[in-house]
Design a protein around this ligand. Structure first.
Ligand SMILES: [Zn+2]
Length: 103
């Protein structure tokens, strides 16, 4: 069997698995990011929570956002009163995260 045929078979299997409802199908980045606040607040039900967690576990694009929101919350919890963060803070935190991940 050629490699191409094997790939086609594999893709066919994945497609059938998805059509069958395939257990926990991966949610999109948009879905994961729109649920990040509820996720951190613990407001999601077990099912959606697992889906969001599974996405952040594997998605290198979304994971920094989760960490950003987490560190944001920690910072805000320590701050008194205003929930408004100063402009540019988000970018600075994002930059710090990016740099820490570079090693
Ligand atoms: Zn993602």
């Amino acid at each position: 069997m050629s490699l191409l045929e094997r790939l086609k078979r594999l893709l066919g299997r994945v497609r059938r698995w998805k059509e069958a409802g395939g257990g926990s199908e991966m949610i999109s980045c948009e879905q994961a990011l729109s649920a990040v606040y509820e996720y951190l607040d613990g407001e999601l039900e077990a099912g959606p929570r697992e889906q969001v967690k599974a996405h952040f576990d594997v998605c290198a694009r979304c994971y920094p956002h989760l960490r950003l929101e987490e560190s944001f919350r920690t910072a805000l919890r320590g701050a008194s009163g205003s929930v408004q963060s100063p402009p540019g803070l988000r970018e600075r935190v994002m930059d710090l995260i990016a740099r820490s991940e570079d090693g």
